[in-house]
Design a protein around this ligand. Structure first.
Ligand SMILES: [Zn+2]
Length: 393
């Protein structure tokens, strides 16, 4: 499996050289853009380069690698335009480029030395200190390959380097796996995970639940008001803002939770993570429709997607299992009954097995994920696990 990622790194002390660079680079792109536009259809970067090299090199003073990068970036932009035309989302037009970004090629005109980015500017090779956050450190451990990347001027006036990198991940065989982990996502606990070795982690969602309750109360109040005033513009706007804030908040929470779960999986040598197939979760909930937080099923799926992506990066496989009765099934004897649960306590009415009720779901998911291995083994390993990508909506 090929993983690709773009990491955004802020430059600590940009100078005028960067401004000049982006300005001349965009002039070069606009020059190339006119040639492609006049051509009436997209051109490959090799042809663009041939047609523009003399002007870019001699008139604008771009370095020779930059001339290639200009051609590449313009070819890419017109290719995207062409794709949009194909689906009737756009028409043939002259693309204009502001002084917002410039492409660099690894080892040709950009590289790293310690925590500094080294790039070729019009004034020669220069170094800029980067702010490397903790999460980004692993992209510098030597296992990643760097691709063509961009220097960008963001709207906040700061310069950022959009480092594109890729890594080959060996495809792990599920039949070789020995340690599994079931992950149960829910409202009371954001996530509970349990491994084959009976290691368990609870990630509480108390604070988040409150936050969400307050938000949905606010939302209901506004929706009511909206009804009374026939959806006044201001109430609609507030509703939209609320949704945006909530989305950003849940996304941040899901990033934190998924990161913690993958750390836990790595600490415990987990090679396969099982999760519930949540397709249709909306239909299964018993909550009256008007009280249902419309974001919750979206948030669960996003959390699963984050876990799946981060698991992939860590070389851990993910499979989705049937979610039926995971919280009512006895992890020891498989007896299914509503009576097995009383509040936070789980006690199997048949065999007497006892544990914390929130943990049962994760344990059963772990069992079902492990069952997959036996099914695979018995069928000679030719059956692929349930298609993970199916659920990435
Ligand atoms: Zn039992």
């Amino acid at each position: 499996m090929q993983l690709t990622k773009t990491i955004i790194l802020k430059l600590d002390s940009p100078d005028n050289n960067l401004e000049e660079l982006l300005s001349v680079f965009s002039q070069g792109m606009n020059y190339a853009s006119q040639i492609v536009f006049a051509n009436g259809k997209p051109m490959g970067s090799g042809r663009i380069q041939k047609a523009t090299y003399g002007h870019l090199r001699n008139e604008l003073g771009l370095k020779s690698q930059m001339c290639c990068n200009v051609a590449r970036q313009v070819a890419g932009a017109y290719k995207t335009l062409h794709e949009q035309i194909t689906i009737k989302q756009s028409e043939w037009q002259l693309l204009k480029f502001g002084p917002m970004s410039a492409t660099f090629s690894f080892e040709r005109d950009f590289g790293f030395s310690k925590d500094a980015l080294s790039i070729t500017t019009l004034a020669g090779r220069k170094k800029y200190k980067l702010q490397i956050y903790k999460y980004a450190e692993r992209y510098f451990d030597g296992s990643w390959k760097y691709l063509a990347s961009k220097l960008c001027l963001h709207r906040d006036g700061s310069y950022y380097f959009h480092l594109a990198c890729e890594k080959d991940m060996p495809d792990k065989k599920i039949t070789d796996a020995s340690t599994f982990m079931g992950v149960d996502v829910g409202i009371n606990r954001l996530a509970v995970a349990s491994t084959t070795d009976k290691k368990c982690i609870f990630i509480a969602g108390g604070e988040i639940k409150n936050h969400r309750d307050i938000r949905s109360k606010e939302r209901r109040r506004l929706q009511k008001a909206g009804g009374r005033y026939l959806g006044t513009r201001s109430s609609m706007r507030v509703l939209r803002n609320l949704a945006g804030r909530e989305t950003r908040f849940m996304t941040a929470v899901n990033h934190t939770v998924s990161r913690r779960l993958i750390e836990f999986a790595l600490e415990n040598d987990v090679s396969v993570i099982g999760m519930e197939d949540l397709t249709g979760i909306r239909e299964r909930t018993n909550v009256p429709k008007e009280f249902r937080c419309e974001h919750s099923s979206w948030a669960f799926r996003q959390l699963q997607n984050f876990i799946e992506y981060k698991a992939g990066e860590a070389g851990i496989a993910v499979i989705y299992v049937d979610p039926a009765h995971t919280s009512q099934t006895c992890p020891r004897c498989n007896h299914i009954s509503r009576n097995n649960r009383t509040g936070l306590a789980f006690r199997c009415e048949k065999c007497g097995y006892e544990t914390h009720a929130d943990r049962v779901g994760a344990m059963n998911i772990e069992h079902r994920a492990r069952d997959w291995r036996y099914i695979l083994e018995s069928q000679g390993g030719f059956v692929s696990p349930p298609d993970a990508t199916r659920f990435c909506t």
